[in-house]
Every structure is written in C-alpha cells, then in structure tokens.
Design a protein around this ligand. Sequence first.
Ligand code: FE2
Ligand code: FE2
Length: 283
Amino acid sequence: MTARELVTRAKNLPPVSYAALKLVSLLDQSSVSNEEVVQVLKCDNVLTAKLLRACNSPYFGLAEPVSSVDQAVFLLGHQQILHIVLTLAFGSAMVVPLSGYAVEANELWRHSLITATAAEAVVNEFNDLNVEPSVAFTVGLLHDIGKLVLNQVLTPDLQAAIREKIEQEKMARVEAETLVVGTDHSDVGACLLQEWHLPDDIVEAVAHHHAPVLKPRPRISVVTHLANCLAHLAGSAPGWDGYAIRVDDAVVEKFKITGDQLDTLVITVRDSFEKVEQFMNMG
Ligand SMILES: [Fe+2]
Ligand SMILES: [Fe+2]
C-alpha cells in the first residue's frame, strides 16, 4: 500500500482545529506578527476558550486575569501563545489509544511533546541550522503523527507482523513497516500533513525524521531526527520500539557532535520537559 492510500483510508482521525493548521502555515513566513496570530485564533472559539483557561492557570502566575486573545498575546508574547495553542490543538487530536503500537492512550503524545521540547534545544545548540524555535517545536510535535494513521488502518495481523519483525528480528521500526506494508510512518505522516496543506519544510521534517537530509544543505529533518534521538535517550520510547535509536553517522560527522554534548542536551531536555509536564498537569 502507498502512504496516500493509507491516509485516504483513515477516515476517523480526530479533527485538528483549522486555526491551529493555519498558525503552522504562518510559521513558514519569516516573521509572524501578534496581530496575525490574534486574528487566526479569534476564528476558533473552542481553541480560544482553552487558551484563556491555560493562560489563567496558576502555572503562568499572571497578576491580572486574562480575558481576551489580544491580552494573552500581549502578556505572554506570540511565541509562547503559539506553543500553548499548538500543544492544546494537536494534543486533543493525538491523545487516542494506539492499540497496535501497544502504547498507553497518551504515550505517543508524551513522546511527541518531549521531542518538541528536544527540537527547541537542538536549534538552540546548533544555530547554524537556522531554524525558528517555533518551527522546531511544531515539527517535534508532529513527527510521529503517521503512527495514528497506521494504527487506525492496519489490520491486527499486519500490526502483529510488524511487531514480530521488530521484537524477534531486531529490525528498525521503519524497515519493518516498509517490509510489511510497503511504506512507513514517516511517509504516511508526511502525506497527512500534505493533505492538511502544511508548508513543504514541515512536511520534509516529518518525512525524513529517520533518514535526515544533509545535502545539498541540511534540512529541518536534521532537527526532527536529533530531537527524536534525544527523546529516546531521555527515556521516551513509545510502544515497542525494540531497538536503540541512534544518531545518524553523517549527522554526527557534519555537526561534530560529541558524546558529552549529547549527554548535556539530554539533561537540558529532561529539565525543560519537567516544566512542560507541569503545564500539562495544570488541570
Ligand atoms: Fe518515528
Ligand atoms: Fe519518535
């Protein structure tokens, strides 16, 4: 089966807010103004209500209650607002039980959030990658979204066949998926994002997160790849990924990455993720 056929078959994926997708498209532009962010958010009442609730939580400790999107953007800045909105919007689409991947209802989501946190750490560490932190955060959130599609459309037999190859033959997940289905979760995820009309750079970052593109110049998939590896090193391996994910040799060579550097990044990611978890548990 092709990635497109699989995405076409996935009819019951949880809906994602149009406003959230529009915001991701805006990220592709060199600069997004506060006004543009406010304008897009105002089109989605549900998302706006969730955003205001989040901004008024004790986590942000704001002195005055926030009662409008304009005020929220003014007080917290649009970068922070974007992160909250994308987390809220994609979280409600991704927190579903993934039986085929044997994960808890929110394990993929937790892995996506930690990868998003790691992606920001990666662009701060390797600034010659020249990727905006908000774009990095977004591609981290979305990198494994193809698993939602595979989980929904693959029969239990096919899912068991993939699992057997990973667990018994110690095959990498993407290889096992390709052998059994003919495509893998990174291609399927990229195809879904294309259907959502997301920018090409964001599609690329998801399509190649297990095989990052370095030539003719490093693409954003280097960020998703490194972030996914860091998430695994920080202890987040969704489902039965029975093999150790490691950083691609060509990426290590190109960016002269040392073991100490990775260790330090893992600590940064763990610390930052603790804050993200506090935010998620604000209730
Ligand atoms: Fe993946
Ligand atoms: Fe992943």
